[in-house]
Design a protein around this ligand. Structure first.
Ligand SMILES: [Zn+2]
Length: 92
């Protein structure tokens, strides 16, 4: 049994499907990708479910078109924010 934040799953998979390795990011190093994910998640409501099924099952069951479009909007905003001032340059 686990508690899963569906919003986080959607952010993670949208990042992977639409951004990472797609040439849409100024930089897709781990630091920038995590920053994008954090910014997006801070702007989105968490949506927790408890499950004893796999994560893939949860994702399939809870994909809400509204949440999905909110996720894409916030990811676009976060990608822009990180691209305009990537923090990896400071080397922390
Ligand atoms: Zn980077």
């Amino acid at each position: 049994m686990a508690v899963v934040n569906v919003t986080e799953l959607l952010v993670q998979s949208a990042l992977k499907d639409a951004y990472i390795g797609k040439g849409r990011l100024t930089c897709d190093c781990a630091r920038c990708v995590e920053d994008i994910k954090a910014i997006a998640l801070n702007h989105l409501p968490p949506h927790y479910v408890s499950t004893d099924q796999g994560v893939a099952y949860v994702k399939a069951q809870y994909i809400d078109p509204q949440l999905q479009s909110d996720v894409l909007r916030e990811l676009a905003f976060a990608a822009q924010t990180v691209s305009s001032s990537p923090r990896h340059i400071e080397g922390s």
